[in-house]
Design a protein around this ligand. Structure first.
Ligand SMILES: *Cc1c(COP(=O)(O)O)cnc(C)c1O
Length: 466
């Protein structure tokens, strides 16, 4: 076989990719016919593909490249750490400097008494840790029957068996099932499910489903509630402002642990270091990954409160861990990423420069005939595509048909926006500048125009009845 490199013709790369690379969340046969897009390099908010297109990455990879692509410092730190100590484990009463330094740094950054870090290789793994952690917590407290976790339909917590079971995505459950002891309640998605209620009333109503579920199961059976401060993969669903305070109140009332899955909302995405700060909640455990290393190395973890750490820590061995828990290279890279976020005031840039500018331009997209609402918190945003905004109507076509067409227009216009059903979402690198925001909005508008024209032409601007 010939050497494969960046100069290998695209068609050849695509052929090999289709032959040997089984992609996540992808229709393998469908992709093989079409050929995957091959990304060669990244710089700031920009990607270059094998055809030479300069693509604006409105998704920061998978919501993770918060500091932008191409930061040499992270590569240098990784190389140095690989030379010095590429690997050692943190099992058997052993530790190493990168894990110590990163844990201490995270304890400093995390709010309140979230002072203890259990490392994992990803967000999914961290949520699997959380399942064990909260069940173990109640065992040590002498209430072993408290083992159910309550989560939300259309939440996303990863795709391992544990993470996928916490998540409320039926297509994931359908492929391989889910673990027992997880229950789901409704999501705070006003546009799609709020009916005639005001947003605030609806937010309270959905939060109170937690209380109903607790009473139905018996509070003495419930270990924890888990939720993303803002649902990401579910379509950037920004909850009504009444929602989280009510969830917090109910958790406290029944003594139920609150897990905030901050895998997306952590490290600046919502304009604060953590989404819990933006929504005014004090979780017992936070799940972190993605922006922790800006995606430069795979790493995740759970940040745990003093109380939970003390209880679980007093119970002898905690029988759980990953070979790569606190991996030294990943930890060193994450630490350098946090240094850059802090030294360059990137969270402040996101909150005070990029957010206000994007908010103004993003909101105007709601004037487009295809767009029902345009919402943004920090630098994560969504628009809903609809054939009739007054009625908050859905399309008659199968859900996602229109969203996919819009995404294809974005791709054709060298903008990466993702679709979730018929919602379009963005989550750009936090370093995005106003000039780049102009490019993002211009390309998004052009794509929406083209999508709208195509729908008209194909007779798809039709409302679903009922
Ligand atoms: C991406 C994501 C995960 C899973 O993280 P992986 O690193 O892909 O395992 C978990 N929770 C949320 C909220 C996520 O967005």
């Amino acid at each position: 076989m010939n050497m494969i490199n960046n100069n290998t013709p695209t068609a050849e790369l695509q052929k090999l990719d289709a032959a040997h690379h089984f992609h996540p969340f992808t229709d393998k046969a469908g992709l093989a016919k079409k050929g995957a897009r091959v990304i060669l390099r990244g710089e700031g908010c920009w990607l270059t593909d094998s055809e030479g297109h300069r693509i604006l990455d409105g998704m920061a990879g998978l919501w993770c490249v918060n500091i932008g692509y191409g930061r040499r410092e992270l590569g240098e730190v990784a190389a140095r750490q690989m030379m010095e100590l590429p690997y050692y484990n943190t099992f058997f009463q052993t530790t190493h400097v990168p894990a110590i330094a990163l844990a201490a740094k995270l304890a400093e950054l995390a709010p309140g008494d979230l002072n203890h870090v259990f490392f994992a290789g990803s967000g999914s793994e961290a949520n699997d840790t959380n399942i064990r952690l909260v069940r173990r917590y109640w065992q040590v407290k002498g209430q072993p029957e408290r083992r159910i976790l309550i989560a939300r339909w259309n939440g996303y917590h990863g795709s391992t068996m544990g993470g996928g079971s916490l998540g409320g995505m039926k297509p994931i459950h359908a492929h391989g099932g889910r673990i027992d002891g997880v229950e789901h309640i409704g999501q705070p998605y006003w546009w799609g499910e709020g009916g005639d209620m005001s947003e605030d009333e609806f937010g309270l109503m959905r939060a109170r489903e937690l209380e109903e579920k607790i009473l139905e199961l018996g509070a003495d059976k419930v270990a924890a509630f888990i939720g993303e401060p803002v649902q990401g993969a579910g379509g950037v669903i920004i909850p009504p402002k009444t929602y989280w305070p009510e969830i917090q109140r109910i958790c406290r009332k029944y003594g139920i642990l609150l897990i905030a899955d901050e895998v997306i909302t952590g490290f600046g995405r919502t304009g604060n270091w953590f989404g819990s700060q933006t929504f005014g909640i004090t979780p017992d455990i936070m799940t972190i990954a993605k922006g922790l290393s800006s995606g430069y190395a795979p790493i995740g973890g759970s940040i745990i409160s003093d109380e939970v750490a003390e209880v679980v820590g007093s119970g002898g061995d905690f029988n759980h861990g990953y070979t790569y828990s606190g991996h030294p290279v990943a930890a060193a890279v994450a630490l350098e990423n946090l240094r850059i976020l802090q030294d360059e005031n990137i969270v402040e840039h996101a909150a005070n420069v990029a957010h206000p500018y994007l908010a103004e331009r993003w909101a105007k997209l709601a004037d487009h005939p295809l767009v029902g609402e345009a919402k943004l918190v920090g630098l994560m945003g969504s628009i809903v595509l609809t054939p009739n905004k007054a009625r908050r109507a859905r399309f008659a076509s199968e859900e996602g048909t229109v969203g996919l067409r819009a995404r294809e227009r974005c791709f054709a216009n060298d903008l990466i926006m993702r679709h979730v059903g018929d919602r379009m979402i963005i989550s750009p690198p936090l370093v995005i500048t106003p000039a780049e925001i102009d490019v993002l909005i211009d390309r998004a508008t052009k794509s929406l125009d083209e999508c709208y024209a195509g729908l008209k032409q194909d007779g798809l601007l039709v409302e679903k009845q009922g």
